[in-house]
Design a protein around this ligand. Sequence first.
Ligand SMILES: [Zn+2]
Ligand SMILES: [Zn+2]
Length: 164
Amino acid sequence: MGSVQDREGAGAKLSRSEASCVCGELRVTLKGPPSVVSSCCCRHCQRRRGSLVAVQAFYDVEQLVTVMGLSQTFMRSGDSGANVTFHFCARCGTTLHWFPEFRPGKVAVAVGAFADKSFPVPERLVWSEFRHPWVQVPPGTTEYSGNAPYAAPNIIQDDRRIRP
Ligand SMILES: [Zn+2]
Ligand SMILES: [Zn+2]
């Protein structure tokens, strides 16, 4: 695995970033840029966020350098039948990060928790079948009516190479 240092050139601003819950009790620090930034309009995300779109950044678990503060967990079964374990602040209730079994070795972090306007635009919006019609899809974001293919575009290409 390449060192994180190698990847810090282009995304210098994202070389180390912290995401925090509303009250500041629960914080995570991540090293290096996310592998995928994704948005989702599924009903679960809408209820979980209390919002119409959830935006999350996926990282390799090795990039999760620190987790500070107490979290509680909520587990739910995803569309694939695999579990997702959400970590939320026991004090203010913010869901900060979660571990999707369908993406082994990945951690997802709520993009809003970074409070960083320069965070990359999501590459994709999934479950747009539940998107409120007035919610706009940003230019450069690929929309999927249901779930998106498992992996990031570069990895999808790899899959095609393996299974033409
Ligand atoms: Zn909190
Ligand atoms: Zn969702």
